[in-house]
Design a protein around this ligand. Structure first.
Ligand SMILES: N=CN[C@@H](CCC(=O)O)C(=O)O
Ligand SMILES: [Zn+2]
Length: 422
Protein backbone atom coordinates (compact mmCIF):
# COMPACT_ATOMS: atom_id res chain seq x y z
CA UNK A 1 0.00 0.00 0.00
CA UNK A 2 1.37 3.41 -0.98
CA UNK A 3 1.00 6.58 1.09
CA UNK A 4 1.19 10.14 -0.10
CA UNK A 5 1.70 12.97 2.39
CA UNK A 6 0.55 16.25 0.91
CA UNK A 7 0.13 19.92 1.87
CA UNK A 8 2.72 19.93 4.68
CA UNK A 9 3.99 23.39 5.62
CA UNK A 10 7.50 21.99 5.93
CA UNK A 11 9.19 18.68 5.28
CA UNK A 12 12.35 18.48 7.39
CA UNK A 13 14.35 15.81 5.61
CA UNK A 14 17.83 15.86 7.22
CA UNK A 15 18.94 14.62 3.79
CA UNK A 16 22.60 15.09 3.01
CA UNK A 17 25.38 13.85 0.79
CA UNK A 18 27.28 13.07 3.97
CA UNK A 19 27.30 9.48 5.14
CA UNK A 20 27.90 9.17 8.86
CA UNK A 21 26.95 11.35 11.82
CA UNK A 22 26.80 15.11 11.34
CA UNK A 23 29.35 17.36 13.02
CA UNK A 24 29.85 21.07 13.62
CA UNK A 25 27.84 23.24 11.20
CA UNK A 26 26.46 20.11 9.47
CA UNK A 27 24.35 19.63 12.59
CA UNK A 28 22.40 22.80 11.74
CA UNK A 29 21.75 21.75 8.12
CA UNK A 30 18.39 20.06 8.56
CA UNK A 31 17.17 20.62 4.99
CA UNK A 32 13.68 22.11 5.22
CA UNK A 33 11.53 21.75 2.07
CA UNK A 34 8.25 23.45 1.24
CA UNK A 35 5.69 22.66 -1.45
CA UNK A 36 6.69 19.02 -1.64
CA UNK A 37 4.85 15.74 -1.10
CA UNK A 38 6.28 12.53 0.36
CA UNK A 39 5.59 9.29 -1.50
CA UNK A 40 5.92 6.00 0.39
CA UNK A 41 5.56 2.44 -0.88
CA UNK A 42 6.48 -1.01 0.42
CA UNK A 43 7.62 0.43 3.70
CA UNK A 44 10.16 2.77 2.15
CA UNK A 45 10.39 6.36 1.04
CA UNK A 46 10.07 6.48 -2.74
CA UNK A 47 10.55 10.17 -3.43
CA UNK A 48 10.08 13.62 -1.94
CA UNK A 49 9.23 16.16 -4.63
CA UNK A 50 6.54 18.63 -5.74
CA UNK A 51 3.23 16.83 -6.14
CA UNK A 52 2.94 17.56 -9.87
CA UNK A 53 6.36 16.01 -10.40
CA UNK A 54 5.42 12.88 -8.44
CA UNK A 55 2.22 12.58 -10.45
CA UNK A 56 4.21 12.24 -13.62
CA UNK A 57 7.19 10.24 -12.29
CA UNK A 58 5.11 7.74 -10.26
CA UNK A 59 1.66 8.02 -11.83
CA UNK A 60 0.24 4.64 -10.78
CA UNK A 61 1.58 4.74 -7.24
CA UNK A 62 0.30 8.27 -6.70
CA UNK A 63 -3.14 7.32 -8.03
CA UNK A 64 -3.40 4.28 -5.74
CA UNK A 65 -1.91 5.93 -2.66
CA UNK A 66 -3.74 6.66 0.56
CA UNK A 67 -3.60 10.41 1.04
CA UNK A 68 -2.45 11.94 4.30
CA UNK A 69 -3.27 15.63 4.42
CA UNK A 70 -0.66 17.41 6.58
CA UNK A 71 -2.05 20.90 6.05
CA UNK A 72 -0.68 23.31 8.64
CA UNK A 73 1.71 20.67 9.97
CA UNK A 74 5.32 19.59 9.57
CA UNK A 75 6.86 16.28 8.55
CA UNK A 76 10.08 14.86 10.03
CA UNK A 77 11.87 11.52 10.27
CA UNK A 78 10.61 9.38 13.18
CA UNK A 79 12.68 10.22 16.24
CA UNK A 80 15.34 7.83 17.52
CA UNK A 81 15.96 7.37 21.25
CA UNK A 82 19.51 6.01 21.47
CA UNK A 83 19.76 5.52 25.25
CA UNK A 84 17.11 3.92 27.45
CA UNK A 85 16.87 1.38 30.25
CA UNK A 86 13.60 0.24 28.72
CA UNK A 87 12.90 -3.09 30.42
CA UNK A 88 12.69 -2.80 34.20
CA UNK A 89 10.58 -3.71 37.19
CA UNK A 90 9.14 -1.25 39.70
CA UNK A 91 9.30 2.51 40.09
CA UNK A 92 11.35 4.77 42.41
CA UNK A 93 9.16 7.70 43.39
CA UNK A 94 10.19 7.25 47.04
CA UNK A 95 13.81 7.88 46.11
CA UNK A 96 12.80 10.98 44.20
CA UNK A 97 11.23 12.24 47.40
CA UNK A 98 14.43 11.32 49.32
CA UNK A 99 16.47 13.33 46.83
CA UNK A 100 14.13 16.29 47.20
CA UNK A 101 14.86 16.03 50.91
CA UNK A 102 18.63 16.19 50.36
CA UNK A 103 19.92 12.67 49.66
CA UNK A 104 22.12 12.23 46.57
CA UNK A 105 21.73 9.67 43.79
CA UNK A 106 24.98 7.90 44.76
CA UNK A 107 24.16 7.93 48.50
CA UNK A 108 20.90 6.16 47.75
CA UNK A 109 22.62 3.64 45.49
CA UNK A 110 25.44 2.97 47.97
CA UNK A 111 22.85 2.34 50.68
CA UNK A 112 21.38 -0.46 48.56
CA UNK A 113 18.69 1.52 46.74
CA UNK A 114 18.88 3.02 43.25
CA UNK A 115 19.92 0.50 40.61
CA UNK A 116 19.96 -2.21 43.34
CA UNK A 117 16.30 -1.56 44.15
CA UNK A 118 15.31 -1.82 40.49
CA UNK A 119 17.44 -4.97 40.19
CA UNK A 120 15.43 -6.60 42.98
CA UNK A 121 12.15 -5.58 41.33
CA UNK A 122 13.32 -6.79 37.92
CA UNK A 123 14.48 -10.11 39.36
CA UNK A 124 11.07 -10.55 41.01
CA UNK A 125 9.04 -9.70 37.90
CA UNK A 126 7.96 -12.48 35.56
CA UNK A 127 8.76 -12.38 31.84
CA UNK A 128 5.12 -11.59 31.07
CA UNK A 129 4.91 -8.79 33.63
CA UNK A 130 8.02 -7.15 32.17
CA UNK A 131 6.77 -7.69 28.64
CA UNK A 132 3.35 -6.14 29.27
CA UNK A 133 4.74 -3.18 31.17
CA UNK A 134 7.35 -2.48 28.50
CA UNK A 135 4.83 -2.93 25.68
CA UNK A 136 2.77 -0.14 27.26
CA UNK A 137 5.87 2.07 27.52
CA UNK A 138 6.62 1.49 23.83
CA UNK A 139 3.10 2.67 23.02
CA UNK A 140 3.92 5.91 24.83
CA UNK A 141 7.19 6.24 22.88
CA UNK A 142 5.24 5.88 19.67
CA UNK A 143 2.73 8.54 20.70
CA UNK A 144 5.70 10.89 21.20
CA UNK A 145 6.91 10.28 17.66
CA UNK A 146 9.75 7.89 18.59
CA UNK A 147 10.02 5.02 16.16
CA UNK A 148 13.33 3.42 17.22
CA UNK A 149 14.46 2.82 20.80
CA UNK A 150 17.71 1.44 22.18
CA UNK A 151 17.20 -0.81 25.23
CA UNK A 152 19.87 -1.64 27.80
CA UNK A 153 19.78 -4.61 30.11
CA UNK A 154 21.53 -4.16 33.47
CA UNK A 155 18.83 -4.61 36.08
CA UNK A 156 19.58 -8.30 36.45
CA UNK A 157 23.26 -8.39 37.35
CA UNK A 158 22.84 -12.16 37.22
CA UNK A 159 22.54 -14.17 34.02
CA UNK A 160 18.98 -15.34 34.56
CA UNK A 161 17.61 -11.81 34.84
CA UNK A 162 19.87 -10.22 32.23
CA UNK A 163 18.64 -12.95 29.87
CA UNK A 164 15.04 -12.21 30.84
CA UNK A 165 15.46 -8.50 30.08
CA UNK A 166 17.19 -9.16 26.77
CA UNK A 167 14.61 -11.70 25.63
CA UNK A 168 11.75 -9.37 26.59
CA UNK A 169 13.40 -6.74 24.38
CA UNK A 170 13.83 -9.29 21.59
CA UNK A 171 10.18 -10.34 21.70
CA UNK A 172 9.11 -6.69 21.68
CA UNK A 173 11.30 -6.08 18.64
CA UNK A 174 9.37 -8.86 16.94
CA UNK A 175 5.89 -7.82 18.08
CA UNK A 176 5.79 -4.06 18.61
CA UNK A 177 5.83 -1.41 15.89
CA UNK A 178 8.74 0.42 17.53
CA UNK A 179 12.15 -0.96 16.56
CA UNK A 180 14.03 -2.07 19.68
CA UNK A 181 17.83 -2.23 19.50
CA UNK A 182 19.49 -4.13 22.35
CA UNK A 183 22.53 -3.31 24.45
CA UNK A 184 23.93 -5.69 27.05
CA UNK A 185 24.80 -3.84 30.25
CA UNK A 186 25.63 -6.58 32.74
CA UNK A 187 28.13 -4.13 34.24
CA UNK A 188 25.54 -1.57 35.31
CA UNK A 189 26.32 -1.95 39.02
CA UNK A 190 28.32 -4.25 41.26
CA UNK A 191 25.71 -6.56 42.78
CA UNK A 192 25.53 -6.56 46.58
CA UNK A 193 26.82 -10.15 46.62
CA UNK A 194 30.14 -8.94 45.11
CA UNK A 195 30.45 -5.62 46.90
CA UNK A 196 33.80 -6.59 48.44
CA UNK A 197 35.12 -8.24 45.28
CA UNK A 198 34.07 -6.31 42.21
CA UNK A 199 36.86 -7.86 40.10
CA UNK A 200 35.21 -11.24 40.58
CA UNK A 201 31.96 -9.84 39.19
CA UNK A 202 33.84 -8.32 36.26
CA UNK A 203 35.25 -11.81 35.57
CA UNK A 204 31.73 -13.24 35.58
CA UNK A 205 30.50 -10.60 33.12
CA UNK A 206 33.47 -11.28 30.83
CA UNK A 207 33.75 -15.03 31.09
CA UNK A 208 30.17 -16.14 31.61
CA UNK A 209 27.73 -13.50 30.43
CA UNK A 210 29.32 -11.82 27.38
CA UNK A 211 29.95 -15.08 25.48
CA UNK A 212 26.30 -16.12 25.93
CA UNK A 213 25.02 -12.72 24.79
CA UNK A 214 27.19 -12.93 21.68
CA UNK A 215 26.47 -16.59 20.91
CA UNK A 216 22.72 -16.14 21.21
CA UNK A 217 22.69 -12.83 19.34
CA UNK A 218 20.93 -11.09 22.22
CA UNK A 219 22.54 -7.66 21.81
CA UNK A 220 24.60 -5.56 19.40
CA UNK A 221 26.24 -3.30 21.96
CA UNK A 222 28.05 -3.72 25.27
CA UNK A 223 27.85 -0.93 27.84
CA UNK A 224 29.38 -0.28 31.28
CA UNK A 225 28.75 2.27 34.05
CA UNK A 226 32.27 3.70 34.45
CA UNK A 227 31.94 5.78 37.62
CA UNK A 228 33.62 6.27 41.01
CA UNK A 229 32.26 3.56 43.28
CA UNK A 230 30.86 1.51 40.40
CA UNK A 231 33.32 0.25 37.73
CA UNK A 232 36.83 1.73 37.42
CA UNK A 233 38.25 2.78 34.04
CA UNK A 234 40.48 -0.31 34.17
CA UNK A 235 37.54 -2.66 34.81
CA UNK A 236 35.50 -0.84 32.18
CA UNK A 237 38.31 -1.19 29.63
CA UNK A 238 38.47 -4.97 30.27
CA UNK A 239 34.72 -5.36 29.87
CA UNK A 240 34.50 -3.27 26.70
CA UNK A 241 37.50 -4.93 25.03
CA UNK A 242 36.20 -8.40 25.93
CA UNK A 243 32.84 -7.53 24.39
CA UNK A 244 34.54 -6.20 21.29
CA UNK A 245 36.33 -9.52 20.85
CA UNK A 246 32.92 -11.20 20.91
CA UNK A 247 31.60 -8.83 18.24
CA UNK A 248 29.74 -6.45 20.55
CA UNK A 249 30.30 -2.76 19.86
CA UNK A 250 31.37 -0.75 22.93
CA UNK A 251 29.27 1.99 24.50
CA UNK A 252 30.01 3.59 27.85
CA UNK A 253 28.25 5.53 30.62
CA UNK A 254 31.01 8.07 31.06
CA UNK A 255 31.78 11.01 33.34
CA UNK A 256 28.24 11.27 34.64
CA UNK A 257 28.75 12.18 38.28
CA UNK A 258 32.51 12.64 38.78
CA UNK A 259 35.17 13.14 36.10
CA UNK A 260 36.74 9.71 35.59
CA UNK A 261 38.34 9.85 32.13
CA UNK A 262 35.41 7.96 30.66
CA UNK A 263 35.36 10.09 27.50
CA UNK A 264 39.05 9.35 26.99
CA UNK A 265 38.39 5.64 27.46
CA UNK A 266 35.55 5.71 24.93
CA UNK A 267 37.89 7.16 22.31
CA UNK A 268 40.65 4.69 23.22
CA UNK A 269 38.54 1.54 22.87
CA UNK A 270 36.76 2.72 19.72
CA UNK A 271 33.34 3.00 21.36
CA UNK A 272 30.55 4.00 18.99
CA UNK A 273 29.31 6.39 21.69
CA UNK A 274 30.00 7.77 25.13
CA UNK A 275 26.88 8.67 27.05
CA UNK A 276 26.01 11.26 29.75
CA UNK A 277 29.35 13.19 29.80
CA UNK A 278 28.07 15.79 32.28
CA UNK A 279 31.56 16.34 33.65
CA UNK A 280 33.70 15.16 30.71
CA UNK A 281 37.11 16.85 30.54
CA UNK A 282 38.30 19.15 27.76
CA UNK A 283 40.85 16.49 26.82
CA UNK A 284 38.17 13.80 26.74
CA UNK A 285 36.04 15.92 24.41
CA UNK A 286 39.06 16.57 22.18
CA UNK A 287 39.80 12.85 21.94
CA UNK A 288 36.19 11.98 21.20
CA UNK A 289 36.18 14.47 18.33
CA UNK A 290 39.40 12.95 17.00
CA UNK A 291 38.05 9.39 17.25
CA UNK A 292 34.56 10.26 15.93
CA UNK A 293 32.92 8.94 19.10
CA UNK A 294 29.29 10.05 19.26
CA UNK A 295 28.26 11.89 22.44
CA UNK A 296 24.83 10.70 23.55
CA UNK A 297 23.73 13.50 25.85
CA UNK A 298 20.90 13.02 28.32
CA UNK A 299 19.72 16.40 29.60
CA UNK A 300 16.72 14.83 31.36
CA UNK A 301 19.12 13.17 33.78
CA UNK A 302 20.90 16.42 34.65
CA UNK A 303 17.49 18.05 35.09
CA UNK A 304 16.05 15.30 37.28
CA UNK A 305 19.22 14.86 39.38
CA UNK A 306 19.70 18.64 39.54
CA UNK A 307 23.24 18.17 38.23
CA UNK A 308 25.21 20.38 35.82
CA UNK A 309 24.28 19.89 32.17
CA UNK A 310 26.74 18.37 29.70
CA UNK A 311 28.62 20.94 27.62
CA UNK A 312 26.72 20.30 24.41
CA UNK A 313 27.66 23.59 22.78
CA UNK A 314 31.38 22.96 23.33
CA UNK A 315 31.06 19.40 22.04
CA UNK A 316 29.35 20.49 18.82
CA UNK A 317 31.89 23.28 18.28
CA UNK A 318 34.74 20.85 18.98
CA UNK A 319 33.56 18.48 16.24
CA UNK A 320 32.02 15.77 18.39
CA UNK A 321 28.90 14.28 16.73
CA UNK A 322 26.15 14.86 19.29
CA UNK A 323 22.98 12.81 19.82
CA UNK A 324 20.33 13.50 22.48
CA UNK A 325 18.18 10.89 24.19
CA UNK A 326 15.76 10.42 27.08
CA UNK A 327 17.74 7.93 29.24
CA UNK A 328 14.30 6.59 30.15
CA UNK A 329 14.83 4.66 33.42
CA UNK A 330 13.07 4.46 36.80
CA UNK A 331 15.74 6.36 38.77
CA UNK A 332 17.49 9.26 37.08
CA UNK A 333 15.17 10.00 34.15
CA UNK A 334 11.67 8.54 34.35
CA UNK A 335 10.34 10.20 31.22
CA UNK A 336 9.51 9.18 27.68
CA UNK A 337 8.95 12.75 26.57
CA UNK A 338 11.65 13.29 23.98
CA UNK A 339 9.99 16.62 23.10
CA UNK A 340 10.70 17.87 26.63
CA UNK A 341 14.26 16.49 26.47
CA UNK A 342 14.73 18.45 23.23
CA UNK A 343 13.55 21.60 25.03
CA UNK A 344 16.08 20.99 27.81
CA UNK A 345 18.89 20.61 25.28
CA UNK A 346 18.01 23.95 23.71
CA UNK A 347 17.60 25.77 26.98
CA UNK A 348 20.41 24.26 29.07
CA UNK A 349 23.10 22.95 26.75
CA UNK A 350 23.32 25.88 24.37
CA UNK A 351 22.26 23.88 21.35
CA UNK A 352 20.16 25.38 18.57
CA UNK A 353 16.76 24.10 17.47
CA UNK A 354 18.28 22.73 14.29
CA UNK A 355 21.13 20.94 16.08
CA UNK A 356 18.65 19.35 18.46
CA UNK A 357 16.62 17.96 15.56
CA UNK A 358 19.78 16.44 14.10
CA UNK A 359 20.73 15.06 17.53
CA UNK A 360 17.42 13.24 17.92
CA UNK A 361 17.16 11.88 14.39
CA UNK A 362 20.15 11.11 12.19
CA UNK A 363 22.91 11.35 14.83
CA UNK A 364 20.90 9.26 17.28
CA UNK A 365 20.41 6.70 14.52
CA UNK A 366 24.17 6.54 13.93
CA UNK A 367 24.73 6.13 17.69
CA UNK A 368 22.98 2.75 17.39
CA UNK A 369 24.32 1.89 13.97
CA UNK A 370 21.03 2.56 12.19
CA UNK A 371 22.05 5.70 10.32
CA UNK A 372 21.85 4.02 6.93
CA UNK A 373 18.24 2.91 7.51
CA UNK A 374 16.48 5.63 9.51
CA UNK A 375 17.01 9.15 10.89
CA UNK A 376 16.41 11.08 7.66
CA UNK A 377 13.80 11.23 4.92
CA UNK A 378 15.56 10.06 1.78
CA UNK A 379 14.58 7.79 -1.07
CA UNK A 380 15.22 4.16 -0.14
CA UNK A 381 15.20 4.68 3.62
CA UNK A 382 12.62 3.09 5.90
CA UNK A 383 9.40 5.09 5.94
CA UNK A 384 9.54 6.04 9.64
CA UNK A 385 7.85 9.42 9.59
CA UNK A 386 6.30 11.73 12.15
CA UNK A 387 3.84 14.55 11.46
CA UNK A 388 3.75 17.25 14.12
CA UNK A 389 0.88 19.62 14.65
CA UNK A 390 2.91 22.84 14.44
CA UNK A 391 3.22 25.11 11.39
CA UNK A 392 7.02 25.31 11.45
CA UNK A 393 9.86 23.40 13.11
CA UNK A 394 10.77 26.30 15.39
CA UNK A 395 7.45 25.97 17.21
CA UNK A 396 8.44 22.46 18.33
CA UNK A 397 10.75 24.07 20.87
CA UNK A 398 8.85 27.32 21.38
CA UNK A 399 5.70 25.56 22.63
CA UNK A 400 7.77 23.66 25.17
CA UNK A 401 6.83 20.70 27.33
CA UNK A 402 4.17 19.65 24.85
CA UNK A 403 3.75 16.64 22.64
CA UNK A 404 2.94 17.90 19.14
CA UNK A 405 2.76 14.44 17.56
CA UNK A 406 -0.29 14.03 15.36
CA UNK A 407 0.58 11.15 13.03
CA UNK A 408 3.26 8.46 13.11
CA UNK A 409 4.10 6.22 10.17
CA UNK A 410 6.27 3.21 10.96
CA UNK A 411 7.71 1.23 8.10
CA UNK A 412 5.05 2.68 5.82
CA UNK A 413 2.09 1.91 8.14
CA UNK A 414 0.09 4.57 9.95
CA UNK A 415 0.41 3.63 13.63
CA UNK A 416 -0.67 6.88 15.30
CA UNK A 417 -3.45 9.05 13.93
CA UNK A 418 -4.68 12.29 15.54
CA UNK A 419 -2.39 11.50 18.48
CA UNK A 420 -4.06 8.13 19.11
CA UNK A 421 -2.66 4.65 18.47
CA UNK A 422 -4.30 3.02 15.48
N1 LIG B 1 23.83 5.99 35.46
C1 LIG B 1 23.57 4.83 35.32
N2 LIG B 1 22.48 4.27 34.80
C2 LIG B 1 21.24 4.93 34.54
C3 LIG B 1 20.42 5.10 35.75
C4 LIG B 1 19.94 3.83 36.24
C5 LIG B 1 19.08 3.92 37.46
O1 LIG B 1 19.22 4.82 38.28
O2 LIG B 1 18.25 3.02 37.57
C6 LIG B 1 21.43 6.21 33.77
O3 LIG B 1 21.98 6.12 32.67
O4 LIG B 1 21.05 7.30 34.19
ZN1 LIG C 1 21.86 4.98 31.13
Amino acid sequence: MALLIINANEVVTLASEKKGPRVKEEMAEINVLQDVAVLVAEGKIVEIAPLEQLKSSHKELVESAEIIDAKGQIVLPGFVDAHTHLVHGGTRENEFNMRLNGATYMEIMNAGGGIHYTTTKTREASFDELYDKTYAHLNTFLKHGITTVEAKSGYGLDWETEYKQLTVAKKLQENHAVDVVSTFMGAHAVPKEYKENSDKFVDIVIEEMLPKVAEQGLAEFNDVFCEHGVFTPEQSRRILLAGKEQGLTPKIHADEIEPYEGAELAAEVGAISAEHLLVASDEGIRRMAEAGTIAVLLPGTAFFLRAPFARGRLMVDSGVPVAISTDFNPGSSPTISLPFIQNLACLNMGMTMEEVITATTINAAYAINRGDEVGSLEAGKKADIVILNVPNYKQMQYFYGMNHTNTVIKGGQVVVKDGVLV
